[in-house]
Design a protein around this ligand. Structure first.
Ligand code: MRU
Length: 366
């Protein structure tokens, strides 16, 4: 365990190198190793997940979070269940049947980010197509999980490179929530764009929305950007239009949890508000996401299931109640930005532009 909060405040130069080496989630021997994101920014600690149910709970409790990261977590979860079932002396048919049921269960640990269902589906394909015995299936699932990890980093670097091309010189980029290395296996999507742009032009800077109620912007985005030495200003969610009106924001770049076939994009609650403000102030609004975040089975964002989270996330801060105890609370975790507010969707195959129905369909043919 390494406590690095103090080191960041000291502005240590080796932080960027440390950041570039972090793998948010990684398969090691027979378990999944992940950064416990509920502890950030106070403590940087890895946890070892050794059972399928533990993985389900870790995803639900947001120990691992961010669409691509929970995709890989779901894939690892299937391997963990496979390892457990291997010990039960089942016939191969029984093993496959039970494992497919466990995989479906794993996919329900969070409802909005489609990368979770996508990655679990990839593991189900391995199970269904395998000609191997039980141990062979477990090994194939493990290898597939590791492949998804490596692919994620490579994809994010491509997203970063495409995105960097549309970042104006010296731009101030506003982002919401955390779509950095810690929301993926590494490098990040929206923050991948920032990292690639900063490598070309170190005069860019970021405004990071705090992102109520879980504060991923404050806790995780500022943590990541500071490690990279990228100038960052933390603002609260309600401040974005104020700074846009002052001409202080040149571009918005956010991640996504699920994108419909028409380009409507679900992301952390509050993203829609930012998109409306950006449109009003004529500021380009980009969504950066891998193709695995695009759910072509749904035609519009209306079909995206929005996660309802605990009321305590709204009523409490650091365990302390901040409102009248009996007040009504609603806590949707995500909102959907309509495609007409999105300037472009930055993917690993290039930047998709409106008409999204067409450009998304084309992207899947590449
Ligand atoms: O609830 P979270 O923290 O999992 O939500 C994360 C987001 O909304 C991110 O912006 C999105 O997953 C993109 S991550 C590359």
């Amino acid at each position: 365990m390494t406590i690095i909060h103090g080191l960041i405040l000291e502005g240590r130069k080796d932080m960027a190198e440390f950041h570039s080496k972090i793998k948010t989630i990684e398969w090691v021997d027979n378990y999944s190793k992940m950064v416990d994101q509920t502890l950030l920014p106070y403590e940087f600690k890895y946890v070892h997940i050794t059972k399928g149910q533990q993985m389900y709970d870790a995803i639900k409790a947001m120990i691992v979070r961010g669409a691509p990261a929970i995709g890989v977590a779901g894939a690892h979860g299937v391997v963990l269940y496979a390892q457990e079932l291997r010990e039960e002396n089942l016939s191969r048919d029984e093993f496959v049947k039970k494992l497919l049921e466990k995989a479906d269960y794993m996919a329900t640990s969070r409802p909005t980010a489609v990368n979770l269902m996508w990655a679990v589906e990839k593991q189900k394909e391995v199970i269904k197509n395998s000609k191997s015995d039980i141990s062979g299936i477990v090994e194939e699932l493990k290898q597939n999980g590791i492949r998804l990890e490596d692919e994620d980093i490579a994809i994010n670097k491509k997203i970063g490179d495409y995105g960097a091309e549309v970042v104006p010189k010296g731009a101030t980029i506003l982002t919401h929530c955390n779509a950095g290395g810690l929301a993926t296996v590494g490098y990040g999507t929206a923050l991948g764009v920032v990292r690639s742009a900063f490598a070309k032009d170190n005069t860019i800077q970021v405004f990071a929305d705090e992102t109520r109620p879980r504060q991923q912007g404050a806790r995780i985005t500022t943590f990541e950007l500071t490690m990279d030495g990228i100038p960052t200003t933390l603002i609260t969610d309600g401040m974005c239009s104020y700074f846009m009106k002052k001409g202080m924001i040149d571009m918005v770049c956010v991640g996504a949890d699920r994108i419909a076939a028409n380009g409507d994009a679900a992301n952390k609650i509050g993203t829609y508000t930012v998109a409306i403000a950006a449109k009003y102030h004529n500021i380009p609004f980009y969504v950066a996401a891998p193709l695995s975040t695009i759910d072509t089975s749904i035609s519009t964002g209306d079909e995206i299931v929005i996660e309802e989270r605990s009321h305590e996330e709204v009523t409490h801060i650091n365990g302390k109640i901040i409102c009248a105890p009996d007040v009504n609370v609603i806590n949707p975790g995500f909102d959907v930005t309509p495609n007409e507010l999105i300037t472009g969707i930055i993917t690993e195959v290039g930047i998709l532009r409106p008409d999204y129905k067409k450009s998304i369909a084309e992207a899947f043919k590449k």
